[in-house]
Write a protein that binds this ligand. Structure first.
Ligand SMILES: Cc1cc2nc3c(=O)[nH]c(=O)nc-3n(C[C@H](O)[C@H](O)[C@H](O)COP(=O)(O)OP(=O)(O)OC[C@H]3O[C@@H](n4cnc5c(N)ncnc54)[C@H](O)[C@@H]3O)c2cc1C
Length: 393
């Protein structure tokens, strides 16, 4: 049994999957992303240039942001990334990187792609989970209407039945093929129907193992209580609760909407409160490992260290199948590979899709990295530390 405590400052382990050339490329890319003006200009020009097929736009994006943050253009083309991660004891969560759409034909296309990913994952031991978003399978205005409890027109009712069918088809395929599905958490004004749909799937399919996981955003002040309520319902009804926790990605949008529409913001007023709720949720998940399968999805080193420490203190096996960590592909390698090296279960969220399809995802990563200078500098510091260690600078 491994007892070594992970050292997130160990850059040798963190970057051993990169050649010297790849490390230098990563350093260059992260330095570029550290310049907000460049990210802002690049975002507008890049999106436009790829959409309009401007010569060289595609290869430039492909050689930079795409290579850093995306597994490949298709499932098959992501194989290299999956195998490389597996070599460093890290699993893959496949995430079809297409953003929310508004037409039935697109929702059906996402459904087909999710089913293909489940089929692919069932034949690959390094891919235990496929991630999806209900907003890729349903129109947002429809979800909002359902959440508000508005009366649906006949065509809206039909459309919502189709949404339920898509969610069922994905869940059933995962159940039959021995794969799990993470349903992402989204904006608070569409989350209620998502919770209801995902809960009903957990109730149906999580009898023997955690096939379906819902996601809980701990920046919302009501989510810790809701997560515990769901756990208690699962225990009394006899199913395994799948819980992925995150802090939450839509803080500014949530606050702005609440302000504009004059209702109280669902988000905690400060980061300390979010962190406190996150810690409490994490502790609850580790303590209830027998009945809850969880994923600690974060780039926060403290949250990772806390979970690792609690697992050891409570004498739970580090590779207990119910306890998992996850980071996005291309980010926070110091957490992923050091945790994996110490025997904890870790998976990277690996988006895949054609360059044109994943452009919004890539621009979000670039924007996010440009806006959180603290985190970015830390990432860059670690890359530079490793470059020095390898005597590249
Ligand atoms: C594998 C993975 C899967 C993810 N899936 C989802 C998903 O399904 N849905 C989703 O919404 N997000 C998802 N995210 C994103 C996640 O919610 C966070 O936005 C992101 O990971 C940053 O939070 P952190 O815990 O990594 O790091 P930290 O840097 O410690 O936390 C930053 C986060 O803290 C919160 N925060 C910051 N400032 C304040 C403040 N003033 N007041 C209150 N709260 C504050 C915000 O949520 C912010 O994003 C996912 C992230 C990962 C790594």
């Amino acid at each position: 049994m491994q007892t070594t405590i992970p050292d997130f400052k160990d850059t040798e382990i963190a970057f051993s999957y990169l050649s010297d050339k790849e490390l230098k490329q990563m350093s260059w890319l992260f330095s570029m992303m550290n310049k907000p003006w460049l990210v802002n200009v690049g975002s507008s020009v890049g999106r436009w240039a790829v959409q309009w097929n401007i010569p060289f736009a595609r290869p430039i994006v492909k050689a930079t942001l795409f290579r850093q943050f995306v597994g490949g253009e298709s499932l098959l083309k992501s194989m290299g990334t999956i195998e490389k991660l597996a070599h460093y004891k890290t699993l893959t969560i496949l995430d079809y990187g297409v953003e929310a759409k508004e037409a039935e034909v697109d929702f059906n296309a996402t459904l087909r792609e999710n089913l293909r990913a489940i089929e692919f994952a069932s034949g690959n031991e390094h891919v235990p989970v496929v991630s999806t978003k209900i907003s890729g399978l349903a129109s947002n205005p429809l979800l909002e209407k359902v959440q508000r409890g508005d009366t649906l027109s006949r065509s809206e009712e039909e459309a919502y039945k189709a949404v339920v069918k898509r969610v069922e088809a994905i869940s059933l395929a995962a159940f039959e093929k021995g794969v799990s599905v993470f349903f992402d958490a989204e904006e608070s004004w569409v989350q209620k129907p998502i919770d209801e749909l995902v809960n009903s799937m957990m109730r149906r399919f999580n009898k023997e193992r955690a096939v379906i996981y819902n996601t809980f955003q701990l920046y919302r002040h009501d989510r810790l209580a809701y997560m515990i309520e769901t756990a208690e319902a699962a225990r009394s009804e006899g199913w395994i609760f799948g819980s992925k926790i995150v802090r939450g990605a839509y803080m500014e949008k949530e606050r702005l909407r609440a302000k504009e529409m004059g209702y109280p913001s669902p988000i905690f007023p400060d980061k300390v409160s979010t962190d406190k709720a996150y810690d409490e949720a994490l502790r609850y998940l580790v303590e209830h490992v027998d009945t809850i399968a969880s994923c600690n999805a974060t780039h926060n080193a403290e949250s990772c260290m806390k979970m690792a420490t609690w697992i050891d203190e409570l004498r739970i096996d580090r590779n207990h199948p119910h306890l998992n960590f996850s980071q996005l592909y291309g980010m926070s390698d110091h957490l992923t590979f050091n945790l994996a090296d110490c025997g904890y279960n870790v998976a990277k969220y690996v988006p895949y899709g054609r360059v044109e399809e994943v452009i919004p995802y890539l621009l979000r990563r670039a924007q996010e990295n440009a806006s959180v200078t603290g985190e970015m500098s830390r990432e860059l510091d670690l890359i530079h530390k490793e470059m020095k260690r390898r005597e590249l600078v």
